[in-house]
Structure formats: structure tokens, C-alpha cells
Design a protein around this ligand. Structure first.
Ligand code: PMP
Ligand code: GLN
Length: 398
């Protein structure tokens, strides 16, 4: 029998409802950085948790950006980034690492390193492809791989030292391995890969088709005379690498969210196919401002000394506490072992420290898929000296 309805009748009413859905990221909550920054604000704690400077960038950089706005550079830029900025990046990479990228086809400006990394992953990872991450690792990598339908293969860095174990890395490689993500200087541990580390990686990858995503956002924060070993220094790595960096870290403007990717033309072409549909273009006046500002190499050349002094100030102050200091060879992070200070696990300790001592930190367990707790927490020392001193005074009470 056919159902008929005359125009005076209304269909049975169901209350409006939001359809239930199956989460694409069932294991993901709010990032630890947001959680700890929110708690720090609520408790009026000194926030040494989330990594960002609490001081201003160079006024010249603001001047260069606002100058671009005033000149009317406020509409869409080219999809790949403004050519002046891509050229400036190519010149910097050549000067620092003696490798020549062509700005036109091999450098793309991104909305921060975060977008660069997810875009590279979406561009190359097919469902079922394996991607190796070295744990502890930055918290966006794993959800990015999962969104691409990839399979995450976790290889631990050596507990205690956080050095790469190339035996374990080699053993994790299969015919399905599509890419490996490497991050040096390393967040959260502050370790820096050596030339021998990079050569070992180059040797392992040489007989394979595995791509390298080299997260080098802390490239200009390497201390004690060490040099950053960019993948660009190693032709066998550069030929298979997406090298990612972030102007936010280098120029104290994390909120501007501008970074770049350098990669061989064939990889860049695939990268841009995704980039044009997930962000299309990146803030125009900021790009012109950065291009003008980069004409002077001094700001990034002086960055290691700038942060080394802060690291030393912070480490010296921490000697007044019972924390055991781990090395900080690079980045703006200092890790400490909490075992002689507290019985608490890392996450509970960070909450306790924020609430009762008034200093926020980040538990290293947040950088592991299984929440591995080695009783180590991370502080960020990208802060004014007075902020660091105020945190140290509070920590001295421990
Ligand atoms: N990778 C690492 C290792 C980081 O520490 C950060 C900074 N949060 C990023 C990527 C993201 O950088 P951006 O803010 O430029 O997106
Ligand atoms: N890179 C910074 C950190 O590791 C900030 C990250 C973020 O807020 N997503 O703390």
C-alpha cells in the first residue's frame, strides 16, 4: 500500500538531533600544551609548560610586517608563498647548510610547521603505509599519520639519553615503510643529532624508497658550539626529505604561524597539491615582512648565544633544587628528573607543581603513545630573565 499524505498533514516530528559519529581520532583529547597553559592561567602560575617566548620579537620585524600592510599587500599571495620569502629561505639554507634549493619549485611557505607536517604526511602516506616515529615525539605526528590512514610504527629513543638507536630503527623498516619522521634539535629532550647520527640514517635509508620528514623547527637553537645537522647537509637525505622549519621559533613569533618546507621538486609538487586545498595561501603581509627581515642573517646567527645564556641562567638556578638536570644541547627546553623531589607520576606532579608551587611544566609521558612515565618533566626557558628568576625562586621551595 502506498503512503499518501495530503498537504494539510505534517510528517511525524522527531526532535532535532546531532547525528552520532565515529571519531576519526578516538584516542585524542585536548593537547597537553593547552591543558597546562589553561591550568597555569587559572592558578596564576609561571608558565614554563607550553613552548613559547614571553618576550617580544624585534620591533624591526613588526615594522617590516606593518609596512607591508600599509603598502596594501593584503590580498592572497601566490599559493606557494611570496617569491621574496622563498628566495630568502633558499639563500639561508645555502649559507647555513651548503645545499641549493630552487625557490620556485622546491620551497613552499606554510601556516607554521604544524601545517607543513600534516600536509607532507597527507601528500605521501596512503592507507596502510607505515610511518616510523621516534618516541618521545611531538604530539601532532601520530594523529596526522592516523588521519592519512597510515600505520604508526613507534621506535623508542634510548631511555635516559634519548639518543637514536639505529639498530632499532633499521629493524622497524618493512616493505610497507613509506616515511620516517625525525626531529633534531629534539622536543622534548633537547638532544641534538650529530653528523654521525645523520650519516647512519642516510646509510639505512639509502637502499630504500623511504621518505624523510625532518622537523627542524629548532634549527637555530643549538648550544656549546655544536652545529645543527640539517638533512640538507646530506645529499642522500636531502634527496628524499621534506625539511620543515618555523619562523615562529626563530623570530619569537609563535602566534604568527608561518613556516616552510624545502623538498626536491617531485616531492614539492605532491606537497603543493595538498597544500592548495588545505590552506591555499599563508598570511601575505607577514610573508613580505619576514622576507625583508631575513635580508639580515644576524638575528638567526645570534640565536644560539641568546638561548644558551638563558639555558645557563635556568640550569644554574635549578642547581638550588633537588631536580636532576638532563642535558639541554638545543631547543628551548630543559628536562629534569623528578624522582628525588616527588613520589608522584609525571602528569600528577606537573598538576601539583602548577597548583602548589606555581610553576607549570609538561610531563614527558605526553610524548609517548603508551604514556610511558620515566619521572621526567620539561620546562621551557624561552622566557624573560625575570620570569625565569621568579620560577626559580618558587622552585627553590621544593
Ligand atoms: N614541531 C615541533 C617539534 C615543535 O616543537 C613545534 C612547536 N610547537 C612544531 C612542530 C610546530 O611549529 P609551528 O608553531 O610553527 O606550527
Ligand atoms: N612547540 C610547543 C611545545 O612543544 C608548543 C606546542 C603547542 O602549543 N601545540 O610546547
Amino acid at each position: 500500500m502506498q503512503m499518501t499524505m495530503n498537504s494539510n498533514q505534517t510528517p511525524p516530528q522527531t526532535p532535532p538531533h546531532t547525528p552520532t559519529l565515529q571519531s576519526r581520532l578516538p584516542n585524542v583529547g585536548t593537547t597537553i600544551f593547552t591543558v597546562m597553559s589553561t591550568l597555569a592561567a587559572e592558578k596564576n602560575a609561571v608558565n614554563l609548560g607550553q613552548g613559547f617566548p614571553d618576550f617580544n620579537c624585534d620591533p624591526k620585524l613588526v615594522h617590516d610586517v606593518t609596512g607591508a600592510m600599509t603598502r596594501g599587500l593584503n590580498q592572497y599571495p601566490p599559493m606557494t608563498g611570496v617569491s621574496e620569502l622563498r628566495e630568502a629561505v633558499a639563500i639561508k639554507i645555502k649559507a647555513m647548510y651548503a645545499y641549493e634549493y630552487r625557490a620556485a619549485g622546491e620551497i613552499t611557505i606554510t601556516a607554521g610547521a604544524t601545517q607543513a607536517i600534516i600536509t607532507a604526511i597527507l601528500a605521501v602516506v596512503h592507507p596502510g603505509d607505515e610511518v616510523i616515529v621516534l618516541e618521545p615525539c611531538y604530539d601532532s605526528y601520530v594523529p596526522n599519520i592516523e588521519l592519512a590512514g597510515g600505520v604508526v610504527v613507534r621506535v623508542p629513543l634510548t631511555p635516559g639519553t634519548f639518543r637514536p638507536d639505529f639498530g632499532k630503527i633499521a629493524a622497524a623498516i618493512t616493505l610497507k615503510t613509506r616515511a620516517i619522521i625525525v626531529n633534531s634539535p629534539h622536543n622534548p629532550s633537547g638532544t641534538v643529532w650529530t653528523r654521525d647520527d645523520m650519516l647512519a640514517l642516510q646509510d639505512i635509508l639509502a637502499p630504500t624508497n623511504i621518505l624523510l620528514i625532518s622537523d627542524e623547527v629548532y634549527e637555530h637553537m643549538v648550544f656549546d658550539g655544536q652545529q645543527h645537522q640539517s638533512a640538507a647537509r646530506f645529499p642522500g637525505l636531502a634527496a628524499r626529505a621534506f625539511i620543515v622549519s618555523s619562523f615562529g621559533k626563530t623570530y619569537h613569533v609563535t602566534g604568527w604561524k608561518v613556516g616552510y618546507v624545502a623538498a626536491p621538486a617531485a616531492l614539492t609538487a605532491e606537497f603543493r597539491k595538498v597544500h592548495q586545498f588545505n590552506v591555499f595561501t599563508v598570511n601575505t603581509p607577514v610573508q613580505y615582512g619576514l622576507a625583508a627581515y631575513m635580508a639580515d642573517a644576524k638575528p638567526y646567527l645570534e640565536l644560539p648565544a641568546f638561548y644558551q645564556r638563558k639555558r645557563d641562567l635556568f640550569r644554574n638556578g635549578l642547581k638550588r633544587t633537588r631536580f636532576k638536570l638532563l642535558p639541554s644541547e638545543g631547543t628551548y627546553f630543559q628536562c629534569v628528573d623528578i624522582s628525588s623531589v616527588s613520589e608522584l607520576g609525571e602528569a600528577d606532579f606537573c598538576k601539583w607543581l602548577t597548583t602548589h608551587i606555581g610553576v607549570a611544566a609538561i610531563p614527558l609521558s605526553a610524548f609517548y603513545g603508551d604514556g610511558f612515565d620515566q619521572r621526567v618533566v620539561r620546562f621551557c626557558f624561552a622566557k624573560k630573565d625575570e620570569t625565569l628568576n621568579s620560577a626559580l625562586d618558587r622552585l627553590a621551595r621544593l
